[in-house]
Structure formats: structure tokens, C-alpha cells
Design a protein around this ligand. Structure first.
Ligand code: PRX
Length: 641
């Protein structure tokens, strides 16, 4: 096999749970006789009523639905807590590492976490939260974030976590969309020594979101809270509630959470995940892809504000009785050795992070890594964007000391958990390839017309059939769910990603083929950034594209046309977008353009804008449909000037 990088047997200290033969057999069963396969797998969860129905999904318009285990009853928090108490009551469930390395870390055992979550759930009940209500969470990376999520799950409320880096406008937009009346936040967040004013941001959001009547504030700093009307201090309410909160029996198909994500058009979509199928998928993929063994410390270095944090900090690990490490800080503060010091301090076995982090750390020099031991590490993981082979090799050789397989896991907010990834030690890896599909996942590559391409090929990545962790709908907009994912290629789930399959059948994700860009592993819709720009009084029109960026993977290039007679500085517009959406959406470049390349019917030719942003002026392809061909020359002239 070409370009393989390690011999699985010599690299793993114990044989992995599944070898290539075991995988091939399980994969064949999962596709050939899904019902038997899932009928056995559902027993990894504790059901109040075990399901007798399995996959009832259809991707066809006539009977379109995504549904699994529809007669099953369970409670997600009971699966993540109560059922572990006998055996794992005194085992650490969460180890929390604070932003400030000199501050004390915190460990919560399963018994302690169970008690805290029951009490948290009782606080929510006291505030009037009921089954089916939407609860917005805007929290730093503190154990209370996981507690709040599981407290919602305990009483059947639906959480919607909003990433702590989003602006008041973005918070309000998400609150309004799901008609949420309560937001759980903290006085402040800390990241790399910098304070994020969370409570103030939610107060500002409340002015834009009339449904938001109740704000529950967790105090993290020393200073006493200053409360406005509608704000409650968590510590005060929790002092006065019971330890006991029976878990609410939920249908497998009841929504567990909403998580907003960017698409190629319009405002962010509320991706809805189910209770049964989602938890099963998070648990199964966490166990199998990371070959998780009891007693190990699993560290997913994502933020709980993203799907990776939902599935691999909270739900997957806790469903499996794992010890999950939660890190409040950033990889480069106070020094670029922070990650590896945390690994040593807590004897981390598995570290799951993103290529953008690796590229940033790589640049700082190997001595930050080699000054630490990292002997506890057994596995490494990468997620969020294609990993460039250079970063893969560095991760494997320097932090991993050449000993640890890399789980390059491809998936999406919509998929709930990993879909294409190497199982540790089961087969040889190739840097940059997510390798082979997980159980029950049947990928296909299609051309622009939806024709399936066989063998070694390249095209659009689609999935043929449903899997338990698949999103169930777009909140409040089921039609948009169908239109977004199932109307491009009939009968298939379209991922929005391009993909190559090589001669060994390995999958290589090449990046988004729609108008979504991936900046430092954060997914952004170009349309959202354009909408923010045109809200500025000086801006008449804007078009945003991604361009290759050494550290971020993709950077943001915004073409802006000003209103006649208006003036604006690039920095003003960058700050404007930052304020409207959040720091992650700040454009890297603003190009004040004289016009945009459009077809005669008025459609912007983004392909050309991408090429100009990339600095590739030679291959514009067919430009015969341009209304004003001179515009392209003017844009190029600005870039070369
Ligand atoms: O383009 C793919 C990229 O991230 C997108 C999904 O983003 P999001 O919903 O924010 O979820 C990120 C974490 C799962 C995908 O459409 N992506 C994610 N993982 C990989 C990846 N691209 C290549 N390789 C990966 N391992």
C-alpha cells in the first residue's frame, strides 16, 4: 500500500479492540443487516423501554424522514450518570483544568457530578423550565457547562449552546429562532488570561430578544455579582434545592439539543439532535474510534460550544463512563508548552484536537513539546478540517513521539459523531486521509449530476442511508432540512464536502464545495459575513470568499463595494463584522472593489472571486457569460498593485 506510515501492531501498547478483519466483518454486518447490527448495539445504552423499531428513515421526498428507535424510552443524563454510580461512583468523571495554570484544577467523581446535576436540574425546574422548553447556554469552559447540558437532559428540556465567542447579536438571533426564554451564563469567561464579558453580552442580547425573560448567572470571579432584573445568581438558588431529581423518561426521538451552524445561505440553521440515536452514536464512536478503556483520561480540546465538545467532551465520554478532561484555556498561553504540560499533569491518554492548533504549535518550535514527557499519550485525534500531511507528521512524530496512531475523524455538526476515520491500529494510515467509513456509514462520491463514481475518483461526498446520529430536522423549518441536504442529489444526504477516493479505497476530504468556509476549524457561511457587512451604512454590496491561509486553513477575503459618496476604512469594517458576529468572523482582508463579476442574469461568479483572492490570475475558466468582463481586470489590478 502506498504511503503508509505505521505498522499498527508495533505502535499500540495493547492490541486494539478491532483489527482490520474485525472491522470488515462488523462493517459488512452493519450495512448488510442493519437491523440485527443495531439491535445488538442498542444495549450499550440503558433503556427504560428497549426499542423494537430501528431505522425508519427515508431520503426520498415522498416519504422523507429521519427516525431511529422510535418506540424506545430513555433518559440521556441517567445514561451518562446514574447507571455508572455502582461501579464508577468514585471514578473521576470530569477533570477541569483552568485557564490559569497556577490555579487549582478540579475533579468531579461520577457521584459528585450526579449530585450537582440533580441539583442544577432542580434549579431549572424552580425557574419554571419544563420538558420541551429551549434553554440557551452561553458559558465558558467550566464544569457547569456540562452540568447545565445534562441538567436540561435530565428534565427533558432542549439545550441550545451558543459558543462563548459569539456577539450579543448572534446570541439574540439564536434565542429568537428557538424562542428560548432562559439563558444560562457566567459573569465572565477567561481565555489566555483575557476576560470575556459573558453576562454583559447576554444582557445586551436580551434587549434584542424579547422572549428572553430569565438569566441564570454562574459566578466564577471573586467579585460579587451585580444583578439586573431578570437575572438570578446560580449559587443562591442551588443552596436551597434538593439532591434528588428523578430523570424524565424521554422518547428516543425527542430532541436532546439544538446547535446552530452555518450553511451556504441565510441565517444559521438550528440543527436538531435526538435523544436515543444521537447518544448511541456519540457513545459508539467514542468507544470505537478512540478505543477507549476504563480508567483512561480522554481529552477533547474543543469548546462545548461546538458539536465536537457536545459529542466528545460531554455525551460520548460520559455515556461510556470515561474520565473527560475539560480545558478552559488556549494552547499557546502562557507558553506554547501548555497542551503538553496539561497532558503530563493529568496523565492524558488521548488528545483530540484540530489541525489549526497543530499548525500554530508547530511554528513555535519543538522544544516546547520535547521539554515535556507525554509518556501517558496512547492516541491522538484530529478534527475540524483536512489535516495537511506536514501537520500530521509533526503531530505523530513530535507530540506523539512516533508511538501514537492519529484518528483523523471526518464528520459534521449534522452527523452527530464521527463518520469516516481510522480505527486505532486496525489499518495503516496515510497522513491527510480520514481513511474508511465507520459502521453503518455508506459514503458515495457523485459527479455534478449526481452520477455515482466508482473506484479511485473525486467528486461530491454523499451518504446513501441514515445512521443513528444523523440530525433529525432544522428547528422550526423541516422543509429547509430537506432542501439543504437532500435536494441537490436525489435520495442522498449531501455533505457539502468534496472528496477523493484513492486506489486503496481511502477517503480524502478536500474541503467544502459550497459557500461555507472553514476558518481555524470554525465553520462560517459567507452569506452571514456578507449580511453583516451590508448592514454597515457605507456598504452597498459585499461578497466574501475563503483563501488558503497557513495557520487558519482558510482566511476570509471580503470584496466590498461602498455606497456612492461613502467612505470607510478596512479596519472599521473588520471591527464591524467582529461586533456583529464575533471575533472568529473578522475578515482578514477587505478589498474595496469597483464592482463584482456577475453574469448577465446578475449572479455573482464566486469562482472568479476565489481565484482572485487566491492570487491565481491565470485560470478563470469560462468568462463568456460575464456582464462586464472589465471588472475582473480591475480586481486583479488591485490585487497586484
Ligand atoms: O468540511 C468538513 C470539515 O468540517 C465540516 C464540518 O464542520 P462542523 O459542522 O463545524 O463540524 C466540525 C467538527 C466535526 C465538514 O463539512 N471537517 C471536519 N472534520 C474534518 C473535516 N475535513 C477534513 N477532515 C476532517 N477530519
Amino acid at each position: 500500500m502506498a504511503s503508509t506510515f505505521f505498522d499498527p501492531d508495533s505502535e499500540l501498547s495493547h492490541p486494539a479492540a478491532l483489527d482490520a478483519k474485525g472491522y470488515a466483518e462488523a462493517y459488512r454486518r452493519s450495512i448488510g443487516d442493519g437491523e440485527a447490527y443495531w439491535n445488538a448495539e442498542v444495549d450499550r445504552l440503558d433503556w427504560i423501554r428497549r426499542p423494537t423499531r430501528f431505522d425508519e428513515s427515508s431520503f426520498d421526498e415522498a416519504d422523507f424522514q429521519v427516525r431511529w428507535f422510535a418506540d424506545g424510552l430513555l433518559n440521556v443524563s441517567a445514561n451518562c450518570l446514574d447507571r455508572h454510580l455502582d461501579e464508577l461512583g468514585d471514578t473521576p468523571a470530569i477533570i477541569w483544568e483552568p485557564d490559569d495554570p497556577s490555579a487549582a484544577s478540579r475533579t468531579l467523581t461520577y457521584r459528585e457530578l450526579h449530585r450537582e446535576i440533580c441539583r442544577f436540574a432542580n434549579v431549572l425546574k424552580r425557574l419554571g423550565v419544563k420538558r420541551g422548553d429551549r434553554v440557551t447556554l452561553y458559558l465558558p469552559m467550566i464544569p457547569e457547562a456540562a452540568m447545565a447540558m445534562l441538567a436540561c437532559a435530565r428534565i427533558g428540556a432542549i439545550h441550545s449552546v451558543v459558543f462563548g465567542g459569539f456577539s450579543p447579536e448572534s446570541i439574540a438571533q439564536r434565542i429568537v429562532d428557538c424562542d428560548s426564554s432562559i439563558c444560562i451564563t457566567a459573569d465572565q469567561g477567561l481565555r489566555g488570561g483575557k476576560v470575556v464579558p459573558l453576562q454583559a453580552n447576554v444582557a445586551a442580547a436580551a434587549k434584542l430578544a424579547p422572549s428572553l425573560t430569565t438569566r441564570l448567572i454562574i459566578r466564577t470571579a471573586d467579585a460579587p455579582l451585580v444583578l439586573e432584573p431578570g437575572e438570578h445568581e446560580y449559587a443562591v438558588l442551588v443552596a436551597d434545592v434538593d439532591d434528588d431529581c428523578p430523570p424524565e423518561p424521554m422518547n428516543a426521538e425527542d430532541p436532546l439539543f439544538i446547535l446552530y451552524t452555518s450553511g451556504s445561505t441565510g441565517k444559521p440553521k438550528g440543527v436538531v439532535h435526538s435523544s436515543g440515536g444521537y447518544l448511541l452514536w456519540a457513545s459508539l464512536t467514542h468507544q470505537t474510534a478512540f478505543d477507549y478503556r476504563r480508567g483512561e483520561v480522554f481529552w477533547c480540546a474543543a469548546d462545548v460550544g461546538w458539536i465536537t465538545g457536545h459529542s466528545y467532551i460531554v455525551y460520548g465520554p460520559l455515556a461510556n463512563g470515561a474520565t473527560t478532561l475539560m480545558f478552559e484555556g488556549v494552547p499557546t498561553w502562557p507558553t506554547p508548552a501548555r497542551f503538553w504540560e496539561v497532558v503530563d499533569r493529568h496523565q492524558v491518554t488521548t488528545l483530540f484536537t484540530a489541525p489549526t492548533v497543530l499548525r500554530a504549535l508547530m511554528r513555535e518550535g519543538d522544544h516546547h513539546v520535547t521539554s515535556t514527557s507525554r509518556i501517558s499519550l496512547r492516541l491522538l485525534g484530529s478534527v475540524g478540517e483536512p489535516i495537511n500531511p506536514e501537520a500530521w507528521r509533526w503531530f505523530h512524530e513530535v507530540p506523539g513521539g512516533g508511538r501514537c496512531p492519529i484518528v483523523d475523524m471526518w464528520w459534521q455538526t449534522e452527523t452527530g459523531g464521527g463518520m469516516i476515520m481510522p480505527l486505532p491500529g486496525a489499518w495503516p494510515q496515510k497522513p491527510g486521509s480520514a481513511t474508511l467509513p465507520f459502521m453503518g456509514v455508506e459514503p458515495v462520491i457523485v459527479d455534478g449530476e449526481g452520477r455515482r463514481l466508482e473506484g479511485a475518483t473525486e467528486g461530491n461526498l454523499c451518504i446513501v442511508r441514515s445512521w443513528p446520529g444523523q440530525m433529525r430536522t432544522v428547528w422550526n423549518d423541516h422543509e429547509r432540512f430537506f432542501q439543504t441536504y437532500f435536494s441537490t442529489f436525489r435520495g442522498l444526504y449531501f455533505t457539502g464536502d468534496g472528496c477523493r477516493r484513492d486506489e486503496d479505497g481511502y477517503y480524502w476530504i478536500t474541503g467544502r464545495v459550497d459557500d461555507v468556509i472553514n476558518v481555524s476549524g470554525h465553520r462560517l457561511g459567507t452569506a452571514e459575513i456578507e449580511s453583516a457587512l451590508v448592514l454597515h451604512p457605507a456598504v452597498a454590496e459585499a461578497a466574501v470568499v475563503g483563501f488558503p491561509h497557513d495557520l487558519k486553513g482558510q482566511g476570509i477575503h471580503a470584496y466590498v463595494i461602498l455606497n456612492a459618496g461613502s467612505a470607510a476604512e478596512s479596519e472599521q469594517l473588520r471591527q464591524w463584522v467582529r461586533k456583529e458576529i464575533g471575533p472568529i468572523a473578522t475578515p482578514d482582508r477587505i478589498q474595496f472593489a469597483p464592482g463584482l463579476p456577475k453574469t448577465r442574469s446578475g449572479k455573482i461568479m464566486r469562482r472568479i472571486l476565489r481565484k482572485v483572492a487566491e492570487g491565481d490570475f491565470a485560470n478563470f475558466g469560462d468568462t463568456s457569460t460575464l456582464a462586464e468582463p472589465g471588472v475582473v481586470d480591475a480586481l486583479v489590478a488591485q490585487r497586484v498593485a
